[in-house]
Ligand binder design. Structure first.
Ligand code: FAD
Length: 517
């Protein structure tokens, strides 16, 4: 079979391939799933690209594995070849080619998700869902809600796969309480780079379990995950309040994320916006419904060109009386020092709340900006440096915005499990900073380059000023940079690679290790 694939490499160069090659390779692998080859539209347009729209490569094939067995067959076959690499592709929502394999095999993880593999179980008094590593979180949500249950920790946008976010961390406004998604999974089924299919958890194969969580796809392919659930609320009161001063914004955000459960909101996030009428980056991005416009006369006269919005949500049951919800919300709001009169709120179903970015996606698709490049930058910045970050980055470098949201909200290190592969800043409180840049349809290359250069300038500024920070969804090109990123965790990371993927077959798009022949 390998000989066949290698012949295929050459044929692929010549871009000529008789149809029966396709079935021969399929037959040789004996997969339940199917394969699309290098020059097919699926391989080139789907497997060779990602949401970032900055890089594109040519994979040899896009393999639609249908089971963990299929995944193991592909990995064993790659291990027998001198140079094949394999990338699991979740939903391809990476920015910098992390789920790509240049002249390698790309595994379509979505094709592993079959509804009948979804199971809910009660174990030792807690509810769990067993889901495919290729399941989209939005499908996990819908299936869990049928049981009146829900995962506890989310991402803002749910058209991401379980395996894709667990390979990074998975954070949103619930992470201050429950930790990232990697802290809310108790068992995984993983196919290692050696083609072994193993179940792992805190008790069973713990080294593999913790290496894979936040492991950037380096150690194995997650084919199943067991996710902790809680009773799902019916409704959400979704609130936004505005601050003119960064210090007031962070004081209130930190107050809310450090309160015990029951004395705070269920979701705490925030974002920076421009003090102007730009519909993508300015004051119009704040109101939650058209009947609550932003009255700029409420802003203090000394407001600067950049403002801050704290975004909050409280869960409740549809049987709760409106006055009970009002009382609970007003008690929490009473402690906050936002600009009076700049409070916006709506009541929406829990599902509508969690699928809020889906609506933004539909709008962006209609405007043609969903499919244009997204040179995003995501970072974790320690509380100890966040004021300087605001002064220099938000108020200066990015004072004209990034064409999309600029998120900033606090997280607590103690809610993250230090045994996973994720690396974080040192202090207990650190901020997620996400510069979610959008570009116009068919932007000039120079615009994207300018944005990438600005991202680099920001990272460079943080490094040269000794900031305590880490890139989230990191992207580096040299081993030196990866070493610096992992710091004292680097040795452990390298050791796990040697244990679970010794030939460096997996996730070549992360550019951490080179394939060993
Ligand atoms: P991919 O991009 O396909 O893969 C990411 C990496 O994981 C690759 O290295 C890949 O090889 C590996 N991988 C994929 N599947 C598996 C698997 N089953 N087993 C092992 N390795 C695997 N992140 C947040 O934390 N919070 C957010 O709120 C958030 N919002 C986002 C909103 C949008 C619109 C976008 C585009 C991204 C957002 N992200 C967010 C980032 C997201 O978590 C990452 O892009 C992540 O990689 C998930 O995307 P994916 O499933 O498409 O994975």
């Amino acid at each position: 079979m390998i000989a066949y694939l290698e012949r295929f490499v050459h044929e692929n160069d010549a871009e000529s391939r008789p149809d029966d090659d396709v079935s021969s390779i399929c037959n040789a692998l004996d997969l339940q799933g199917s394969i699309d080859y290098g020059s097919s539209a699926a391989a080139a347009d789907v497997a060779g690209r990602d949401f970032g729209g900055i890089y594109s490569v040519k994979p040899l094939a896009f393999v639609r594995a249908s089971s963990a067995d299929d995944v193991a067959k592909v990995l064993k076959a790659a291990a027998r070849s001198p140079n094949l690499t394999v990338a699991a592709r979740g939903n391809g929502h990476s920015i910098n080619g992390q789920a790509m394999a240049d002249r390698g095999l790309v595994l379509d993880m979505r094709s592993l998700d079959h509804e009948d593999r979804f199971q809910v179980a009660r174990i030792n008094g807690s509810d769990y869902a067993d889901v495919s590593g290729g399941a989209l979180w939005e499908d996990v949500l819908k299936r869990c809600l049928d049981f009146g249950l829900s995962p506890r920790s989310w991402t803002d946008y749910l058209s991401l796969t379980v395996g894709g976010t667990l390979s990074n961390a998975g954070v949103s406004g619930q992470a201050f309480r429950y930790g990232p998604q990697t802290s809310n999974v108790t068992e995984l089924e993983v196919v290692t780079g050696k083609g072994e299919t193993l179940v792992c958890s805190e008790a069973e194969n713990p080294d593999l379990f913790y290496s894979v969580l936040g492991g950037l796809g380096q150690f194995g392919i997650i084919t199943r995950a067991r996710i902790l659930l809680q009773p799902a609320p019916d409704m959400v009161r979704w609130i936004r309040v505005v601050y003119a001063e960064f210090e007031d914004f962070t004081r209130d955000a930190e107050y809310l994320v450090t309160r015990p459960e029951g004395e705070s909101f269920d979701y705490v996030e925030g974002f920076v916006f421009s003090n102007n009428d730009n519909p993508l980056t300015g004051r119009p991005t704040v109101p939650l419904s058209p009947d609550q416009p932003f009255d700029r006369r409420r802003l203090p006269s000394k407001s600067g060109s950049v403002l801050y919005c704290l975004e909050l949500a409280l869960h409740y049951r549809s049987t709760d009386r409106p006055s009970t919800v009002d009382t609970a919300v007003n008690k929490l709001m009473g402690r906050l020092g936002f600009v009076e009169g700049l409070r916006f709120q709506v009541d929406v179903s829990y599902m509508e709340f969690l699928l809020r970015v889906k609506r933004a996606e539909e709008e962006a698709k209609a405007n043609g900006i969903w499919d244009s490049p997204h040179p995003w930058l995501n970072m974790f910045v320690s509380k100890s440096n966040v004021y300087q970050f605001d002064q220099v980055v938000f108020k200066n470098i990015l004072k004209d915005g990034v064409g999309g949201p600029m998120l900033i909200y606090p997280l607590l290190r103690s809610k993250w499990d230090s045994r996973t592969s994720v690396v974080l800043p040192e202090g207990e409180i650190f901020y997620l900073v996400a510069l979610l840049r959008f570009t116009p349809p068919q932007p000039k290359g120079s615009l994207v380059e300018k944005m990438v250069a600005q991202n680099r300038e920001i990272v460079q500024y943080c490094s040269s000023n000794g900031f305590d920070f880490k890139l989230y969804l990191p992207h580096y090109r040299s081993e030196e940079e990866w070493k610096r990123h992992f710091g004292n965790q680097w040795t452990r990371f390298v050791q796990s690679k040697a244990n679970f993927d010794p030939m460096a077959i997996l996730a070549p798009g992360q550019k951490i290790f080179s394939r060993i022949p």
